[in-house]
Design a protein around this ligand. Structure first.
Ligand code: COA
Ligand code: SAM
Length: 345
């Protein structure tokens, strides 16, 4: 059973109902968190962990069924100017739109109905830990065995496994990536269709939904590069697992501007494919005389925002509630820009 109502009362009565953060979590934050580290806090409550991570420089998304806990966390984040988004949602069903450096599940799993639910939430959490990233689970000793089993089954390696803490890491995998222009043939279009299906089904970073896959002919037509579009494919061990495109604006007075899109197969995310695609795309755009490069990114797509900021893109505008998720929430969308030449302003 989700604990919203019970915890609403606890949280109203005490501003720090869960006490101070656990010592192991404090040590982890000190040793691992850097500016811009992305964190998903499942069952964030009033934010004892979310606030700790954000004060150390992380960007955090917290989810909880307690409206009071979420409101208190939002208020504290606003007061301190911390990059925390907190949402009222259920960890068993909420759409997870990105991958993260760190996923935290602190004293939440014991509140679920049974081991099946616990395993399922651990599997959902583990699936969005990027390679090299961490899953931190804290709970009572009673559920330790099933939590540990679920963590290992998800392909993570245990780093701490004591009575109440199960911390684990997803191993990094080195990829041999080849980035090449998309050919004007059926084989590359077929591969792009398969990739699009995987991306849309994953929901990560998407504004397309299942309806957009329903008509195979319309999908193929949409994916064929039009005039002014240059598309690249990333090939990993013979399989197309990433793509990126630059779309040059056509009217004469805005021809120095181009927009871009980017997507890496969920199976290959967090392994350097997106960065390599972006590098090729930026070099190609500059060589073609593009001066201003634009993109749109969902505000909850923390992994992509981090990549773009690392490559010099800045947020120029935010469209409020542009995206309505399949589970009905409104999400903002950022318009990001990078100039490829020196500008006077
Ligand atoms: C966003 C996306 C394109 C990034 O590609 P990727 O291959 O997964 O990313 P890379 O492994 O190349 O990582 C490059 C950089 O991105 C950032 N990054 C990637 N995943 C991250 C994560 N989960 N948390 C924080 N930063 C992350 C880091 O800055 C990373 O550099 P680092 O490895 O030196 O820390 C990819 O995850 C994706 O396709 N997601 C779904 C679709 C999508 O979001 N498209 C963009 C829409 S605007
Ligand atoms: C013991 S508190 C821990 C809060 C926080 N993780 C911490 O360590 O301070 C448990 C939290 O889990 C939340 N919770 C329980 N079941 C949930 C569910 N299915 N989805 C989201 N949150 C849930 C409760 O509302 C509560 O805030």
């Amino acid at each position: 059973m989700a604990g919203g109502t019970t915890y609403d009362r606890h949280y109203r009565e005490c501003a720090t109902a869960c006490g101070p953060p656990f010592e192991e979590v404090v040590r982890f934050v000190r040793s691992t968190v850097r500016e811009g580290t992305t964190v998903l806090d499942l069952g964030c409550g009033q934010g004892r962990d979310a606030l700790l991570f954000a004060r150390a420089g992380a960007r955090v998304w917290g989810i909880d069924t307690s409206e009071v806990g979420v409101a208190q966390l939002q208020a504290q984040a606003r007061e301190e100017g911390l990059p925390i988004v907190a949402t009222v949602a259920d960890v068993r069903t909420v759409e997870l739109p990105s991958t993260y450096d760190v996923v935290v599940i602190d004293r939440v799993l014991h509140m679920l109905d049974d081991d099946d639910e616990r395993r399922s939430v651990v599997a959902r959490a583990a699936a969005v830990v990027r390679p090299g990233g961490h899953l931190l689970v804290a709970d009572g000793p009673k559920h330790r065995a099933s939590i540990r089993e679920a963590v290992i089954a998800a392909g993570l390696e245990l780093t701490t496994d004591r009575a109440n803490r199960t911390f684990a890491r997803r191993p990094r995998a080195a990829e041999a990536v080849v980035v090449r222009p998309m050919a004007a043939d059926e084989a590359d279009l077929d591969a792009l269709v398969v990739l699009e299906h995987a991306l849309v089904r994953s929901g990560r970073g998407q504004v397309s939904g299942p309806d957009d896959l329903a008509d195979p002919v319309a999908l193929r037509t949409r994916l064929v590069p039009g005039p002014g579009t240059q598309r690249w494919l990333a090939v990993v061990e013979g399989e197309v697992l990433g793509n990126a495109a630059v779309h040059r604006y056509r009217p004469q007075l805005v021809r120095h501007v181009a927009s871009l899109d980017l997507g890496v197969h969920p199976r290959a995310q967090g392994r350097g494919v997106g960065r390599q695609l972006m590098q090729v795309l930026i070099d190609g755009a500059r060589a073609d005389g593009v001066e201003r490069l634009e993109l749109c990114v969902r505000a909850d797509n923390l992994a992509a925002i981090r990549l773009y900021e690392a490559l010099g893109f800045v947020i120029e505008a935010t469209r409020r509630g542009l995206v309505r998720t399949v589970d009905g929430r409104l999400v903002d969308d950022h318009f990001m820009v990078r100039w490829l030449v020196e500008t006077e302003s």
